[in-house]
Design a protein around this ligand. Structure first.
Ligand code: F2R
Ligand code: MG
Ligand code: MG
Length: 309
């Protein structure tokens, strides 16, 4: 059972929400300077509301499952929770939309997972939603690996897609349980595939002084696990706070909502909800729902039911 407190849980989930909402308007753009990215974030915050995307919707679905069904993670039940929250207007990827159509047609979840991509998806969708697993089992290394893997299965059965989720879950867990996430924590993360191992090595050794364009070239910014998880963890490890981590993720360009959401989850887990700058909370769509989901998840951590594996 996790030893992390409600502050780390709320911080991680709000950090992820902020990254998703602030990164989404700039998804698919080229890398820009950090100064320009800061201006982009400021401009985004002038909107009355910043919509969240599939990243947040699927994170909430995973919490629904862990708290409401079984925290052992049953892929078919998790898929039902994803379907229940699914909203086509939330910027889902093409592969995910086809998968949802198959689920609605009654396909078996295991069969559907290899129908779109025969080897399974190595997209970053399993990594972007996995923070609740790291929070739930922080301190229990083997259980995190096992549960993160199972949480990927409805949508991502390619080893690289799964590994992205496992690495991101461990990053959130370390940040939540130690209150720190720097280069040492990044370098120590376990990766099972050559793709993620190479990405983490590159991220651990990339100086914080490089331009955003150089970082984007070195680490990648594509919506695939090994070319986005390392970039997100580099943002989290080399930036002093949540705001800078999100600004840097926006500067990298490419899959900005997801890279910022994953970086935000890790920084928020380490720094807590007070790390959300003043003036952000009222602009983030779903802020209160996420706080409520954090309360439910944190409540389930200390409900005294014993072994949760
Ligand atoms: N997809 C987007 N954003 C772009 C489109 C949004 C557009 N503006 C709109 O409004 O419609 N964002 C979201 O998708 C990413 C998470 O993706 P997920 O859930 O992993 O999906 P998918 O489709 O499985 O994988 C993503 C892409 O990766 C490539 N890929 C994956 N596995 C592959 C394989 N085995 N072989 C070849 N290519 C593979 C494909 O290009 C997939 O489409 C997040 O960014 C989220 O924000
Ligand atoms: Mg998205
Ligand atoms: Mg994205």
């Amino acid at each position: 059972m996790s030893g992390v407190g409600a502050q780390a849980v709320t911080g991680a989930l709000l950090g992820a929400l902020a990254g998703d909402c602030l990164g989404a308007p700039w998804e698919g753009r080229h890398a820009v300077t950090r100064k320009r990215a800061r201006a982009r974030v400021r401009r985004a915050l002038e909107r009355p509301v910043l919509a969240y995307t599939d990243d947040t919707q699927l994170t909430l679905a995973l919490i629904d499952h862990l708290v409401g069904d079984t925290d052992r993670v049953e892929p078919a039940q998790l898929a039902r929770r994803m379907l229940a929250r699914y909203d086509d207007r939330r910027g889902y990827g093409a592969g995910m939309r086809r998968l949802v159509a198959l689920w609605r047609d009654g396909w078996d979840v295991d069969d559907a997972a290899t129908a779109v991509f025969p080897d399974g998806s190595f997209g970053n969708g399993a990594a972007m939603r996995v923070a609740p697993v790291g929070l739930r089992w922080a301190g229990d290394h083997d259980v995190i690996t096992h549960v993160a893997e199972r949480s990927a299965r409805p949508t991502h059965v390619h080893p690289v897609g799964i590994d992205g989720a496992v690495v991101q879950a461990h990053a959130v867990a370390v940040a939540a349980s130690t209150g720190a996430f720097g280069r040492d924590e990044l370098a120590a993360l376990p990766a099972a595939t050559d793709e993620l191992r190479a990405g983490l090595q590159a991220a651990a050794s990339l100086p914080s002084t490089v331009t955003a364009a150089e970082a984007a070239r070195a680490l990648g910014t594509a919506p695939i696990a090994h070319r986005s998880v390392p970039a997100a963890l580099w943002c989290a490890a080399t930036c002093e706070d949540l705001e800078h981590a999100i600004v840097t993720a926006v500067a990298l360009g490419g899959d900005t909502d997801t890279i910022a959401a994953m970086a935000g989850a890790v920084r928020g887990a380490a720094d807590g909800p007070a790390s959300l700058p003043p003036g952000w909370s009222h602009v983030l769509e779903g802020h209160d729902d996420v706080v409520e989901a954090a309360r439910r998840l944190a409540g389930s951590l200390d409900d005294g039911t014993g072994d949760r594996t």
